[in-house]
Design a binder for this molecule. Structure first.
Ligand SMILES: *Cc1c(COP(=O)(O)O)cnc(C)c1O
Length: 453
């Protein structure tokens, strides 16, 4: 086995000029693995010569694969505004810069600057949220799933939480209402049927071990035909009469009235607050348009019990989250809807979308076939299930490629579009103005094989 003797020694191999400037420990681990493989291949008689150039290439490729940033910017051309797979809501750049100021220096996260002593991390945001929503108090946790868990664990552990069978949903694969309930220690008391639940079902379910009446937003499904569900307003009333807590997991709570008549089926948090509920919770990065967080609002006395639960220490949010949320809520309070990308996209008129689509169309019209089409899209993120909103897209044709080939080629350039009626679409509901040039260059490159920067 003369070949075995010619396997380069690791120390010598990694000291070569080509690896200069690279992280030695990483290069060493990779090289050891590559050389070990080589040894096995020789022993198995799979190779009969050692190609050092090939070995170096293998090590360098693996090094690049590991060190390349995995989380990357993507252009969302799907038209789905709150796209759960593409990072949900975009954060406004100015809000991000304010958060950066706070996060890159010491700050008063848990310090009361007036009194000169320990303060409360949630105090920063409570004033502005209570002002905006008219609630008594607020608590922010890691996400809405944590909010649900914390609330059930605090108030319904070993007690019954009453939920309609029509609302025992699974959201995003890993959030199943019945499972979250049992993990939190709450006893699920199912009432009604899949399609119909009546007020009397809630009334009849209440006994001495009932802790709360819970309503869950159906989020990603809707039922049609003979259906009935009980309005939260009535649930609040029954809960009050029976001295139990009412709680609404709103999923994607939003703070302003939605366009396209979506408000009829999807009332805002402020509208729900009018019923004087015990507790509500919703996500920070769905229609609220901010950062990942779970926002719990409601009665002061109940929120203070949540704050005493040891679990909160594990679910609490960081200064960056609080800073970003504060900016976002302020924008809503001041009516600056355009400062919240999610809402801005939702409110853009189809006329403006068409103008934006035209910016791209005129640039590529002479090199590939494309047409502006008016179609529909969904908001996403478990909001307004099955309700579509109008949108404008550019149907793109490149050479004689099939739509799924175009989809693949653009996706290789981090542009994610969608296929509808055998057409590849770039949906302008979610394309950011600043990204249009990038899409143009990518298409030109695909058509001509060269970029027009
Ligand atoms: C999305 C959703 C959740 C989970 O919220 P996250 O912020 O993703 O943790 C919980 N309940 C409902 C009804 C939802 O729609």
């Amino acid at each position: 086995m003369i070949l075995l003797k010619s396997i380069p020694k690791v120390d010598k191999f990694i000291s070569q000029e080509v690896f200069k400037g690279m992280a030695i420990p990483l290069i060493t681990t990779i090289s050891k693995k590559v050389l070990q493989n080589l040894r096995e291949n020789i022993l198995n008689k799979e190779i009969d010569e050692i190609n050092e150039v090939e070995l170096i290439k293998k090590v360098k490729n693996e090094y690049e694969r590991i060190t390349k940033p995995s989380l990357q910017k993507v252009i969302n051309a799907t038209g789905v505004i709150v796209h759960t797979n593409l990072g949900r809501s975009l954060i406004n750049e100015n809000a991000f810069n304010k958060a950066k100021d706070v996060a890159t220096s010491y700050n008063n996260l848990e310090y009361d600057l007036q009194k000169g002593k320990r303060g409360e991390r949630y105090a920063h945001i409570s004033k502005i949220i209570c002002q905006t929503l008219g609630c008594e108090d607020v608590l922010i946790v890691n996400n809405n799933a944590s909010a649900v868990f914390l609330i059930l664990n605090t108030f319904a552990k070993n007690k019954e939480a009453v939920v309609s069978r029509g609302e025992l949903v699974e959201i995003g694969g890993s959030f199943r209402v019945p499972d979250v309930m049992s993990n939190s220690g709450a006893i699920l008391k199912e009432i009604g049927t899949t399609n119909k639940t009546h007020l009397r079902d809630y009334e009849n379910a209440i006994n001495e071990n009932t802790a709360m009446l819970m309503k869950v937003h159906k989020s990603n499904y809707s039922i049609e035909g003979f259906t009935s569900e009980v309005d939260f307003e009535e649930i609040v009333d029954v809960a009050k009469q029976n001295n139990v807590i009412d709680y609404y997991d709103m999923g994607s709570g939003h703070l302003i009235d939605l366009p396209y008549g979506l408000d009829e089926s999807e009332p805002s948090v402020s509208n729900i607050m009018k019923y004087n509920p015990s507790l509500l919770s919703f996500s920070g990065d769905k229609l609220l348009g901010s950062v990942q967080a779970g926002i719990i609002v409601g009665k002061k006395e109940l929120i203070s019990k949540l704050k005493k639960n040891q679990l909160l220490r594990m679910l609490r949010v960081d200064k960056i989250t609080l800073a970003l949320l504060e900016e976002n809520i302020k924008s809503i309070l001041l009516g600056k809807i355009d400062d919240i990308p999610t809402l801005k996209m939702l409110f853009t008129s189809t006329k403006e979308l068409e103008e934006n689509a035209n910016i791209l169309k005129v640039e590529i019209d002479n090199i590939c076939k494309c047409e502006i089409i008016h179609t529909k899209t969904v908001i996403g993120g478990g909001t307004t299930p099955n309700r579509k909103i109008p949108t404008v897209a550019l149907a793109l044709k490149i050479k004689d490629y099939k739509p799924n080939k175009i989809e693949k080629l653009l996706r290789a350039n981090n542009i994610v579009g969608r296929i509808e009626d055998e057409k590849y679409l770039l949906d302008f509901r979610t394309i950011q103005i600043n990204d249009i040039k990038k899409i143009e260059n990518c298409i030109k490159e695909l058509v001509n094989g060269s970029s027009n920067e």
